[in-house]
Design a protein around this ligand. Structure first.
Ligand code: HAM
Length: 411
């Protein structure tokens, strides 16, 4: 028997309904903040992702050559593609641009719960606004979106300049290594790296910085940082808006294009793969042939949010099953139409089942049976049976539709 490729998933209707329900909550928050949906190709020129994504992601890419000999890659993330699109299509549009997307990405990672080779991101990119209030808006939106999903999480906000300032005399390759060690809280590895560079004295500043929860103290440890005012303003706005976050100046991010504020969200109830959101301020446009425009954005790991929500995600539709005799079928079609017009998921027997079998099947799949026999055809009424309580009554079609609509979702 053929199986799906490793690291991919099939989604059955229950799961798709739960996913769509959460997706629409995210879409609604994005809409309210003025972020409008864009869509980019599933694959791009390989170069788009090799320019500034960082080694980790480059090593995980699905790369292929098309029949014209072009080197292409399935998108491992969407930010680079969105910025390419901005340069191609919208360079002269009034700023800022507020864009969002919900799309799948591909990374050749070792699959496990919450880590897949095809996964979905709900992301936003704010392009062309270079200010503290812009950075704060994106973080407020991140917090609003995660709140809307119902997931329980911690939001950590940091800024790359603190660690960069402490490491300004260290060569870029080692800086990257140290930043990754700090991000993972691998202090043993960090000490080894610093020892090998003859800079053991940096260990204390770096480890204190990573644990630091007070911005003023962090500035004291890291020394003079040109972005200080902007950082203070951004955090000030977050505090004023009562965004729940904590400081983490050790955040390094896995992608190489970030330049300023960075932030990550972690679900409370997930294990190793608990990072459900990542983002920050970045500059990419100038690398792709555009002007050096400032941007800020984030992506929510949609699949991880769904794992975190578990069974609590989404409510099931109320289903009305039409149960009829063969003679009543034409009337049943009209009745089904009325229920569907009122927005109710309505199903009719297609298997030639007898009356009793139809009712037994309805009991497994529906909340209500709408029974139409000879008597109901003659009286132009329907018999509505609540399949949970067993209660049944013969009423007008309008009254039956109203009752099912009023019953709401089954939960
Ligand atoms: P990222 O942190 O690489 O950032 O990915 C964003 C989120 O996607 C992660 O926090 C995680 O929840 C989810 N994710 C990543 N890899 C996997 C996987 N293999 N399986 C399931 N979920 C995964 C970005 O991609 C940036 N483009 C975010 C951004 C937007 N920065 C600025 N704008």
């Amino acid at each position: 028997m053929l199986q799906k490729p490793r690291g991919t998933r099939d989604f059955l209707p229950d799961e798709m309904e739960a996913r769509r329900a959460v997706e629409w909550r995210l879409r609604e928050v994005a809409r309210r903040w003025g972020y409008r949906e864009v869509c980019t190709p599933e694959f791009e020129d390989l170069e788009l992702f090799t320019m500034r994504s960082g080694e980790g992601i480059i090593g995980e890419m699905y790369v292929f050559e098309d029949k014209g000999g072009r080197k292409l890659a399935l998108r491992p993330e969407i930010t680079a593609a969105v910025i390419r699109m901005y340069i191609n299509e919208a360079k002269v549009a009034p700023k800022p641009l507020r864009w969002c997307y919900y799309a799948d990405c591909f990374r050749y990672e070792r699959p496990q719960k919450g880590r897949y080779r095809q996964f979905w991101q709900f992301g936003v990119e704010l392009i062309g606004a270079d200010s503290a209030i812009a950075d704060a808006e994106v973080i407020m939106l991140a917090s609003d979106m995660l709140n809307a999903t119902g997931v329980r999480y911690d939001l950590k906000v940091g800024h790359l300049s603190f660690v960069k300032n402490l490491l300004k005399d260290v060569e870029p390759e080692i800086q990257r290594k140290i930043r990754a060690q700090l991000d993972k809280k691998d202090f043993e590895g960090l000490n080894l790296t610093l020892d090998s560079m003859n800079k053991p004295d940096l260990a204390e500043s770096l480890t204190t910085l990573v644990a630091c929860q007070d911005l003023n103290e962090a500035f004291e440890i890291a020394g003079a940082i040109p972005e200080r005012e902007r950082i203070e303003q951004t955090m000030g706005y977050l505090d004023a808006a009562k965004v729940k976050y904590s400081l983490n100046l050790g955040i390094a991010r896995g992608l190489d294009y970030y330049t300023g504020i960075v932030f990550e969200g972690f679900a409370d109830n997930l294990g190793a793969e608990n990072q459900i959101l990542g983002g920050g301020v970045y500059r990419l446009a100038h690398l792709f042939g555009g002007d050096d425009v400032a941007s800020c954005g984030f992506a929510i790991g949609f699949d991880r949010v769904m794992v975190s929500l578990g069974e609590s995600a989404g409510k099931k539709d109320t289903v009305a099953a039409i149960v009829c005799t063969p003679e009543a079928r034409n009337r049943a079609l009209d009745v089904a139409k009325a229920f569907r017009s009122a927005g109710i998921r309505t199903e009719m027997d297609l298997m030639g089942r007898g009356f009793g079998q139809q009712l037994a099947h309805a009991a497994k799949s529906a909340a209500f049976a709408v029974i139409i026999g000879q008597r109901e055809v003659e009286s132009s009424e329907v018999t509505l049976k609540n399949l949970q309580s067993g209660e049944q009554k013969t009423i007008t079609l309008d009254a039956a539709v109203a009752e099912v609509v009023a019953s709401g979702s089954r939960g």
